[in-house]
Design a protein around this ligand. Structure first.
Ligand SMILES: NC(=O)C1=CN([C@@H]2O[C@H](COP(=O)(O)OP(=O)(O)OC[C@H]3O[C@@H](n4cnc5c(N)ncnc54)[C@H](O)[C@@H]3O)[C@@H](O)[C@H]2O)C=CC1
Ligand SMILES: O=C(O)/C=C/C=C(\O)C(=O)O
Length: 480
């Protein structure tokens, strides 16, 4: 069986202690490769390599660093089909999604920050008759990037590209559930001519190698995307060490539909915002609130379309949904369907596993699920499920829907559907969210601040926000 390697100091290396863990293919439920079960010894080696590389990488010009990242983007593009197949196999997502979303976005992340760094300017503040302050923005040194399994290379590159562009050396850990495209990336990095030790990729469990990255005293900043409880743990561990932290955590996002919306467009996009990537995107709108005059119309049309969505193996070109990422995750999502029933909800469609023919009969497939009849404050409507499960709830007034939308501990994104411009602005202003889409969902502009409020995270990614996070400002004053 194939054994993946770590990538340290420009070389593919086995884990120091020689231990491996299984990597499952969600479409079949079979183990198909082994990944290093790395620990703090591997982290120490990676940090030593990064320390050696930092003076080299940070003293390159921004043009040279940018060219290197462009070569990484080109390298992924040249092996597009291989990356697409690997992402789909590792995660269970439809091949078409990996081909149209995940891998193109990973390429864009490298290209965006390769060029973005050339336009990144620092501030100066003039004091009339006194002098001037100017701010240097220096790379931090060695930083840690820890990413989740739902959008594997997309989110891995979303962190490492700005960290590298800003001149840092990186210790990066992809999710142990979806390690493969980060492993392929190490081959591209080698070919790109990036100096050895600048980017080090370690595989393994969050509680061991992830924890060792968070605790390592020479890793000065941590950029993390994943579950809120993991984020909480990382914050508790890293804060007393005065590390810079960027935490992009969970969501329980409201999708608020007013009666005056463009119904057909809303319905089409709501299918996507509910079930794209099997509902495993932190931005999915899992709580759908519908203004009462169109509640029954929406319910009939939505349930009809959802019940016809094809759940199939990832390489089926007609698959609208693939497999969930893992057996424990499938079980977690199913347990929420049971909870919803206990809480008085009615499953309108879905709620059960989809069993496919061999060789996919042990894959982790779940029918897209729509539930109604739940109180806005029950656990099903308050906790992140992170799967293809949405609830629908009617509302009568703007105040009522805002109260329900803002009742959760999360505040990542919100989607609003209305043709009333004033209302759109008013609700966007009042909803607890770091990102609001009006009459759309998941339109991404990589320059914009990305992140959430409340338990959805700390800090923002994207554009200048990411470059500010990955640099340390130093203000210098000169007297006239
Ligand atoms: N972007 C998001 O909003 C995501 C949310 N989730 C939520 O979190 C739940 C749990 O999913 P998991 O895969 O367990 O997410 P997780 O938060 O455990 O994993 C995310 C990353 O953090 C690492 N990690 C885990 N524990 C760590 C630790 N103590 N120190 C350092 N790194 C650590 C993991 O290895 C992985 O690379 C999901 O069911 C979902 O609700 C999961 C993934 C992404
Ligand atoms: O940057 C994006 O476009 C999407 C990010 C999504 C996540 O961070 C997530 O699902 O965890």
């Amino acid at each position: 069986m194939e054994k993946l390697s770590n990538f340290i100091d420009g070389a593919s290396v086995p884990p120091v202690d020689g231990n491996y863990i299984d990597n499952y293919e969600p479409a079949t439920g079979m183990v198909y490769s082994l990944i290093p079960n790395s620990n703090e010894k591997d982290v120490n080696n990676a940090v030593a390599a990064a320390k050696k590389a930092f003076p080299v990488w940070s003293s390159l010009s921004i043009e040279e660093r940018g060219r290197c990242l462009m070569r990484v983007a080109d390298g992924i593009r040249r092996r597009m089909d291989e990356f697409v197949a690997a992402e789909s196999r590792d995660n269970g997502k439809p091949l078409s999604l990996a081909a149209h979303v995940d891998i193109p976005r990973a390429i864009s992340n490298f290209e965006f920050f390769a060029t973005g760094i050339q336009h990144f300017a620092s501030e100066s503040h003039y004091m009339e008759g006194v002098g001037v302050n100017y701010t240097l923005r220096k790379p931090i040194g060695i930083v840690g990037c820890i990413s989740p399994w739902n959008l594997p290379l997309y989110l891995f590159s979303w962190k490492i590209a700005p960290a590298l562009a800003a001149g840092n050396c990186v210790i990066a850990k992809p999710s142990e559930v979806t390690p493969y495209t980060a492993y392929l990336l190490s081959e591209i990095i080698k070919e790109s001519g990036m100096p050895d030790g600048v980017l080090n990729i370690l595989h393994g469990l969050g509680g061991t190698v992830g924890d060792a990255i968070v605790k390592h005293p020479q890793i000065k900043a941590i950029s993390f995307t994943g579950g809120t409880s993991t984020g909480e743990y990382i914050a508790r561990t890293a804060a007393p060490m005065f590390k810079k932290l960027s935490l992009e955590l969970g969501g329980k996002n409201p999708n608020i539909i007013f009666a005056d919306c463009d119904f057909d467009e809303m319905l089409k996009v709501t299918l996507r915002s509910s079930f794209a990537n099997q509902g495993q995107i932190c931005l999915c709108g899992s709580r759908i609130f519908i203004e009462r005059p169109i509640y029954e119309k929406f319910k009939a049309a939505f349930v009809d379309k959802v019940s016809k969505m094809k759940v199939s193996f990832p390489s089926d070109p007609d698959a609208r949904m693939g497999a969930l990422v893992s057996k424990p995750h499938l079980e977690k999502v199913l347990s929420y369907v049971e909870l919803a029933k206990q809480e008085g909800g009615t499953v309108l469609t879905g709620g059960e596993k989809e069993t496919l023919a061999a060789p996919y009969s042990n894959g982790y497939y779940l029918r897209p699920t729509v539930i109604e009849g739940l109180a806005y404050d029950c656990r099903t409507n308050q906790e992140e499920i992170f799967g293809p499960v949405v609830t629908i709830t009617p509302f009568d007034t703007e105040e009522e829907v805002l109260m329900m939308a803002n009742s959760v501990k999360y505040g990542l994104s919100a989607t609003l559907w209305t043709s009333n411009l004033q209302r759109a602005h008013r609700v966007a202003d009042k909803v607890d969210a770091g990102i609001v889409w009006i009459n759309e969902w998941l339109v991404r502009d990589l320059r914009t601040p990305f992140g959430g409020v409340k338990a959805s995270g700390v800090g923002r990614e994207g554009g200048w926000e990411a470059l500010r996070f990955f640099t340390e400002p130093k203000n210098v004053f000169i007297r006239y």
